[in-house]
Design a protein around this ligand. Structure first.
Ligand code: MN
Length: 596
């Protein structure tokens, strides 16, 4: 109900106007479930308000499907709500056109895939393809706020996925599990990531889901009952040491991650200690360690199960203390201890940082919890993460400085790369400025060599057309066609350049091999005699040359048993020397020669 409050607070504001516009645009439309379509953008905006996004982002949440699904245009949104909101909606619309169908090779590309294996030149591995897809989404977004809207959209779609036909359910669940949940994780939105995976799980593994539901239900209930009993005991213990948690609650393990963990533990639920964890939220970091000490004093910790993610945060910025102890009645209990600030960060990830920066900048809406200043003074783990990605793709601009946070929100760390898509949904990662020829060579060298033309988003383009992120590229090929040297003028990628050069070199070698003369034909007039052939042969042998054959133009004329001698030699000097010697042989009248 945050959305209602925001509208009430500012009835003529951006959010209120976006609400009215979207309601009108979607009027009469229904979702698959039969409910009014407008319920969906409301839910998305509500999620974004819950993440405490800025007004433009919440407005974009309300408007996110208007361009794709109604008669509204980006121009119209620009006029009504300004550049910023229209830009965010445009980004979400573009993302909506990218569809991930999993790493399985589609039927049409089987041939290319097979020859790629044959050539031993592996195409990007499955993990590489998934990673490229995540990068494509970030690159297309251009602003992390677009990703937030897309994630909120995805969260609500997953919550209502049951209404869709099974094939669509599977595709969307797979995309969520392999692309969006990991993306949320990278952005530090730990909770959202787990939620998305959990929502996808029953659609991807229905049998396993039913099995785990049945086999863990009793265990869950027992664990909860146990922790209910333990809770006052823990609180009393902490109070004795002058510690008072802000909240104490239980965190049930998600089915999705539980299943993955059980696979590792031989499907033995008895070995999963953190089925339900007790979560203690305190005010300060010293209090976190103090609580840990009190717990360890009361109950012995299990070796190897103490995790200090405060001193060493996870790469995505997650911070907390974890420990597993042998509690009362010899039962194993996991504790998670963290500050309220860490908790918020773990829930919202980048979105939380976004919030701090925004508060610091404009001071609008809720009172900042004095987090902003200190937060931004530190180098953030997730910024490190983005930096790593950026280095990975060879971009040079640094975003390590938290002061450049806002610039980091604008996703320009992929500005030197573009991500284009094959008709089968595979993402091809290319340097900026790349052309269909670069694309073709990245699909496979044979596709590059045989390229004759290209379609981009369904329209024919010349081979030197400059591709944009998100372009769907189809390469037209002709069997036996060879690359053109002119392509070197416009290709951008090393792979394409190398392949074209290799092909050029092969072409030249083929041209050279051909008729380089290596033999010579002596035309010779003789007066035959006994021993003439023997004398001629001996003379040629003394000159270290080989006879290939004696030929005769007039085989029936006995005066001329032969009139040509073919020998293996193409050096004029040697031949002329030989001719002088042959002229000295008795019976030889005339000799001339030609190279053949
Ligand atoms: Mn939507």
């Amino acid at each position: 109900m945050l959305l209602k409050n925001l509208i009430k607070e500012n009835p003529a504001g951006l959010i209120a106007r976006a609400y009215a516009f979207a309601e009108r645009a979607h009027r009469g439309q229904k979702r698959m479930s039969g409910e009014p379509y407008f319920n969906h953008p409301i839910a998305v905006a509500e999620i974004l308000a819950g993440w405490r996004m800025d007004d433009a982002t919440i407005a974009a949440g309300l408007l996110h499907d208007t361009v794709e699904d109604t008669s509204a245009s980006i121009e119209e949104l620009k006029n009504a709500f300004g550049e910023e909101t229209a830009f965010l909606v445009d980004g979400v619309t573009k993302l909506g056109r990218v569809k991930y169908r999993g790493p399985a090779v589609a039927a049409g590309s089987a041939e290319v895939a097979a020859s790629a294996t044959k050539a031993g030149k592996a195409m990007a591995g499955t993990e590489g393809k998934i990673e490229s897809m995540r990068k494509l989404i970030l690159a297309l977004s251009q602003d992390l706020r677009v990703v937030f809207v897309k994630l909120a959209d995805r969260l609500h779609n997953m919550e209502t996925l049951a209404a869709l036909p099974p094939a669509k359910q599977r595709r969307i669940a797979l995309e969520t599990d392999e692309i969006y949940a990991p993306l949320a994780y990278r952005l530090g939105m730990h909770n959202l990531s787990g939620e998305l995976q959990d929502l996808a799980f029953p659609f991807l593994y229905p049998k396993e889901y039913r099995w785990i539901l049945e086999s863990t239900k009793a265990q869950y209930e027992k664990r909860i009952a146990y922790l209910e009993k333990l809770k006052p005991e823990v609180e009393a213990l902490l109070e004795k040491h002058g510690l008072k948690p802000l909240t104490t609650d239980f965190r049930a393990k998600r089915y999705g991650s539980l299943y993955k963990k059980m696979l590792r533990y031989g499907m033995d639920i008895g070995k999963i200690y953190d089925l339900v964890a007790m979560r203690l939220i305190v005010q300060t970091i010293p209090e976190c360690y103090a609580v840990l000490g009190v717990i360890h004093e009361a109950w012995p910790p299990l070796p190897g199960r103490i995790k200090d993610y405060i001193a060493m945060p996870k790469p995505n910025g997650y911070r907390s203390l974890h420990t597993t102890v042998i509690g009362p009645d010899e039962k194993i209990v996991e504790f998670q201890i963290r500050t309220a600030e860490m908790h918020e960060e773990n829930e919202y990830g980048v979105a939380a940082h976004w919030l701090y920066k925004q508060k610091q900048g404009t001071g609008n809406r809720e009172q900042g919890k004095n987090l902003a200043g200190q937060k931004l003074a530190k180098e953030l783990a997730w910024v490190q993460q983005l930096k790593h990605w950026q280095e990975h793709v060879g971009n040079e601009a640094a975003i390590a400085d938290p002061e450049e946070f806002m610039r980091a929100m604008k996703i320009d760390f992929f500005k030197d790369r573009i991500f284009a898509i094959t008709p089968h949904g595979d993402v091809i990662d290319l340097p900026a400025g790349s052309t269909p020829v670069d694309f073709a060579y990245h699909v496979h060298s044979e596709v590059g060599d045989a390229a004759t033309g290209a379609k981009v988003n369904g329209a024919l383009v010349p081979l030197d057309h400059v591709l944009q992120s998100g372009d769907m590229v189809e390469i037209l090929t002709q069997k036996g066609k060879k690359p053109s040297e002119a392509w070197l003028q416009f290709v951008k990628s090393g792979i394409a350049r190398d392949r074209i050069r290799i092909s050029m070199r092969q072409k030249r070698q083929l041209a050279n091999r051909k008729p380089a003369a290596n033999r010579c034909e002596l035309k010779i007039a003789v007066e035959d005699r006994v021993g003439l052939i023997k004398d001629l042969s001996a003379t040629i042998a003394r000159n270290h040359l080989n006879i290939v054959a004696f030929h005769s133009d007039n085989p029936k004329d006995s005066r001329y048993p032969f009139d040509k001698i073919e020998i293996q030699c193409a050096e004029k000097e040697k031949i002329e020397k030989l001719i002088l010697k042959l002229k000295a042989v008795k019976g030889v009248k005339e000799i001339s020669y030609r190279l053949i």
